[in-house]
Design a protein around this ligand. Structure first.
Ligand code: SAM
Length: 306
């Protein structure tokens, strides 16, 4: 697909370039914020799986830049943003970057060190594995990333804090919902308008972090495994008997973003340019070391007979 054709078929791709976002994903976080007001009072935030960086840009524009221009008179704290990804990312003002794997236990330690012992108000995770197209496999790998995100949450998020995580809807969605409910009294699955209907992606918006009394992060996996097992977990209503029939768990699911706004599944005509032809903009910041770089090099070498 050519750039102009993609501009026509994907309005959020075009708008991202016009507004200086590195990826169209920026709109997903902005639309989640429109509905849930996730940035209110946030001074420390962790962006997991952040590359190429459009969510970090949103965090910088919404939190860091306004505070830098007009520091909060009450506490004078300039928001601290720590972004982590396997891939390196071009710099963003006000964002500390860490290249690392969120499934590695030491990643949480790195974040804590940056926060100088303080805890985060918000953790966001837009992590996605390389999608295989095998639905069950993709859903499974995605759920492992969410669990890695939740592990970090249990180390770095303050009580009352929020966690936003990308999920893939599938047969284990109820289980995931119940697992998240162990830690957050309010969990909503949200579908921003900029996320295509054809995509199984949605976002878990988890509010008011309240780990079970006496919870030790070392027990996380044991606790999660109990959810949905025959014995269930006694201390939460949600998770004992989430299976079927009258006990079935109904998950709050919300479409968010201006519903009269752009539809991500529709084509829009390209803007008319006076006396000229439409010029597609280049992407704002191409990934600096994408995982497909090596494949492209090999393809080029083979076409040149090297
Ligand atoms: N939120 C980003 C933005 O707005 O630009 C887009 C994130 S992209 C959809 C998914 C990212 O997850 C990729 O950059 C990938 O490198 C990262 N990722 C996947 N597995 C990871 C892991 N185990 N640790 C850290 N990052 C990971």
């Amino acid at each position: 697909m050519g750039k102009a054709s993609r501009d026509k078929r994907d309005i959020y791709y075009r708008k991202a370039k016009e507004e200086g976002w590195r990826a169209r994903s920026a709109f997903k976080l902005l639309q989640i914020d429109e509905e849930f007001n996730i940035f209110e009072g946030v001074k420390r935030v962790v962006d997991l799986c952040a590359a190429p960086g459009s969510w970090s840009q949103v965090l910088s524009r919404k939190l860091y830049l306004p505070a830098k221009l007009a520091p909060d008179k009450k506490d004078g704290i300039i928001p601290l943003i720590v972004a982590i990804d396997l891939q390196p990312m071009a710099p963003i003002e006000g964002v500390i970057q860490v290249q690392g794997d969120i499934t590695n236990a030491r990643t949480a330690e790195v974040v804590i060190r940056h926060f100088d012992g303080c805890k985060a108000d918000l953790v966001v995770c837009d992590g996605a594995p390389d999608v295989t197209g095998l639905h069950d496999m993709d859903e499974f790998v995605q759920s492992q990333l969410i669990l890695a995100g939740l592990t970090i949450v249990t180390h770095v998020l303050k009580e009352g804090g929020k966690f936003i995580a990308k999920i893939f809807r599938g047969k284990d969605t109820s289980l995931l919902y119940c697992q998240l409910k162990l830690f957050f009294p309010v969990v909503t699955f949200a579908k921003p308008k900029s996320s295509r209907n054809s995509s199984i992606e949605a976002f878990a918006v988890c509010e008011n972090y309240s780990p079970p009394e006496g919870f030790n992060p070392k027990d996380l996996h044991r606790l999660l495994e109990k959810v949905g097992s025959p014995s269930g977990v006694e201390d939460t209503d949600c998770c004992s008997g989430w299976l079927e029939g009258p006990n079935k768990v109904y998950i709050p699911f919300l479409a968010c973003g201006d519903l009269s706004g752009y539809d991500s599944d529709r084509s829009y005509p390209l803007p008319k340019v006076a006396g000229g032809t439409y010029q597609s903009l280049d992407p704002v910041q191409p990934p600096i070391a994408p995982p497909y770089k090596r494949a492209l090099e090999l393809k080029k070498a083979s076409s040149q007979g090297i």
